[in-house]
Ligand binder design. Sequence first.
Ligand SMILES: [Cu+2]
Length: 186
Amino acid sequence: MPSKALRSQALGGVLAGTLALLLTGCTDLGQPHARADLIDTEGKITGNVRLLPEIGGTRVLVEVSGLKPGQHGMHIHVNPSCDPGPDPSGNTIPFGAAGGHFDPGDSGNHDQPTTPNDQGHGGDLPMITVGTNGRGSANFKTTKVKMSGAESVLGRSVIIHADPDDYATDPAGNTGARERCGIFRS
Ligand SMILES: [Cu+2]
């Protein structure tokens, strides 16, 4: 049987290890949080996107209402604007001023939410699923975006589209109209 002293020594080791892990994590966890309120095309707030630093990635939490049931493409777009602006063919569309997808790896390619940023847009996120009540939520971890450095969402926007993302078609996965927009702030 291990003595009480030995057991307390072992417990001390576990606690020290846990503390070391927490302290190491702080290099990641020291990043600011980010939040974007989601507006509809009339400017009404209908949800939000929050990003929190986690060890080895970024937690993304989304809540939105008033959308049609089913899956909707969701991306980080490059400009911090939800104003009307031109689509790729030059027509003015709602939230067009948000520009194209955030592409910190200069990939020039729309792809899966798990593709490394040098091969696909850093802004290509998982889809959000909306229920029959028009409400959608998402909770996932990504390594594609952060809250500091070249991959930071601060100074960028988030768009939720009308249709599902095929994660292949350039430039935006065939996701259709821009239905919600938000600008990230810390
Ligand atoms: Cu998009």
